[in-house]
Design a protein around this ligand. Structure first.
Ligand code: CTP
Ligand code: CA
Length: 224
């Protein structure tokens, strides 16, 4: 199998993938997180590997297992994820599928907050680094192809198109994650691929199939 994998169209290409949620500590036993299962990111990493890529898989605490055959870099927080991404560069492409927490608790306590003594906790937030934006706007060593994801609950194409501009990435894989779609935590996805060429709507399909199609597009882009 290893020999077969190595022969794919992405042979010799190094691709980093971020995936999963991040956990932002409140104190040593509590954290803030989000509902990402990490399923789509893991599927993308697997699909890239199956096309022969060398994959660095930087994952927050996900509900799904990382794929076989990739270099797994487990992280907890957004700031750890950013450091792991920087350490994994250079790369031929970066796929940023992680649901990075936008905010962290400004000063996490190094001891457990206690009910009786401390009263109601008041959490102050600080903004996390925008990993996709930082990498997209690198002057030196930017991966030739940078792919972001955009989970939206409304005005998906408008929001994701603006997001692509603002961040400076090449493609955005946008999806509607309103609870009614069942996409968050489910096995299917309905995405719109936004690039220079506009918005391309893909039919609803399994997350594995979305991943395979995306991997093929990445292979084509890196070959051309
Ligand atoms: N992203 C990132 N680092 C962050 C936040 C987001 O790398 N701190 C990446 C995600 O992995 C995804 C893309 O940016 O590829 C878009 O994430 P999203 O949360 O949709 O964008 P935000 O800029 O955080 O905007 P919003 O206010 O809609 O959450
Ligand atoms: Ca966000």
């Amino acid at each position: 199998i290893a020999a077969k994998l190595a022969d794919g169209p992405l042979k010799g290409k190094r691709i980093l993938v971020t995936s999963g949620p991040t956990h932002e500590p409140i104190d040593p036993v509590r954290y803030i997180a989000n509902r990402s299962s990490g399923a789509q990111g893991a599927a993308v990493a697997r699909a890239l590997r199956e096309l022969g890529a060398e994959v660095v898989f930087i994952t927050g605490p996900a509900a799904v297992r990382p794929p076989e055959g990739v270099q797994v870099v487990p992280v907890e927080s957004a700031r750890e994820m950013e450091a792991a991404v920087q350490a994994a560069l250079p790369a031929d492409a970066g796929v940023f599928a992680a649901a990075v927490a936008d905010w962290r608790v400004a000063s996490a306590s190094d001891r457990k907050l206690k009910k009786s003594k401390d009263g109601l906790p008041v959490l102050e937030f600080a903004e996390n680094p925008d990993i996709l934006k930082t990498v997209s706007q690198m002057k030196d060593g930017r991966p030739p192809l940078v792919v972001g994801f955009a989970a939206e609950t409304n005005d998906v194409v408008e929001n994701a198109t603006a997001k692509r501009k603002r961040k400076g990435c090449d493609w955005i894989v946008a999806n509607d994650v309103s609870p009614a779609t069942g996409i968050m935590g489910g096995s299917e996805n309905a995405v719109i691929l936004i690039s220079d060429g506009g918005a391309e709507e893909w039919p609803r399909m399994g997350k594995d199939e979305v991943a395979r199609r995306l991997a093929e597009r990445i292979a084509a882009a890196l070959a051309g």
